[in-house]
Design a protein around this ligand. Structure first.
Ligand code: OOG
Ligand code: NI
Length: 270
């Protein structure tokens, strides 16, 4: 699949489970803006069948290369980011994985059993991240148990493979000089920002400022019946110039740590 088509498909899947995404985009377009995507993010388990390397494969085939890595000790996650070799306008890709064996034996067993029930060739398909959850209908009891150890594990168990956010490139907006102006506009229009670690994560000195709205809540079918869970969210990023005059293209681990929480059920209930 060519990469433009791939990102269009990815947006369709994301938007279909994230009603706020189209609302925000339409709102900005109505205000005369054209929306550009800075990056997407994908989550996975570190199992050798599904790890970052497996998820990155189709992107490497599209001309992406690995740029940097990030460690999240408290959340027990590890991530890498990828950029396109010759197209600076191609969205950057942030892929993280759960460090499964840093969790309880029970969690490790649950994840392994879930993956064991999936035909392995599904994990090797180049459009895996368009497939969402490729395992059986989840159990709400299992979801809650996973959540007591890791919001990320629980989220991944019910949502599966997808882009968990798209990111508006705030540098390319014309009427919002600063991220605060965009945040105010979004709040005035009823959107709720993720305020974990402050509404704006990062600083001009760190060369990246980010904010995000809380993930949408959607109805999900469990073996026990229908329940509400978080799906995906929208992020907003403003990048500053490095000494060489080029915009910073990386990520900031301390900021990312808080951005992950945009899908936490604990923030929804706050
Ligand atoms: C990724 C969170 C980190 C960023 O831009 O720092 C991130 C996620 O929620 O999976 O996207
Ligand atoms: Ni992001």
């Amino acid at each position: 699949m060519n990469s433009t088509l791939f990102f269009e498909e990815l947006w369709k899947h994301y938007a279909s489970k994230t009603p706020s995404a189209n609302k925000v985009k339409t709102l900005l377009e109505g205000a005369g803006e054209t929306v550009f995507n800075d990056h997407i993010a994908i989550r996975t388990f570190d199992d050798s069948r599904t790890n970052i390397e497996v998820i990155a494969k189709p992107f490497l085939a599209m001309g992406y290369k690995e740029i940097n890595e990030y460690h999240f000790e408290a959340k027990k996650l590890y991530a890498k980011h990828y950029e396109h070799i010759d197209n600076p306008n191609a969205p950057k890709i942030f892929i993280s994985q759960l460090l499964t064996n840093h969790f309880s034996d029970a969690l490790q067993k649950t994840i392994k059993e879930v993956l064991d029930k999936v035909d392995t060739n599904i994990f090797d398909q180049e459009d895996l991240i368009l497939k969402g959850r490729v395992w059986e209908t989840p159990s709400y009891e299992t979801y809650k148990i996973l959540q007591s150890e890791s919001e990320y594990a629980a989220w991944m168990y019910v949502n599966g493979f997808c882009s968990n956010h798209f990111t508006i490139d705030v540098n390319k907006l014309t009427n919002f000089a600063h991220l605060t102006n965009l945040n105010d506009f979004l709040k005035d229009n009823g959107f709720i920002l993720n305020s974990s670690g402050g509404e704006i994560k990062g600083t001009p000195t760190l060369l990246l400022e980010q904010s995000s709205i809380l993930a949408d809540k959607i109805e999900m079918e469990f073996t026990e019946g229908t329940k509400e869970v978080t799906s995906c969210y929208y992020e907003f990023a403003y990048r500053y110039k490095q000494k060489n005059g080029q915009l910073f293209t990386g990520f900031i681990a301390n900021s990312a740590d808080k951005i992950f929480e945009s899908t936490d059920m604990k923030l929804q209930e706050a």
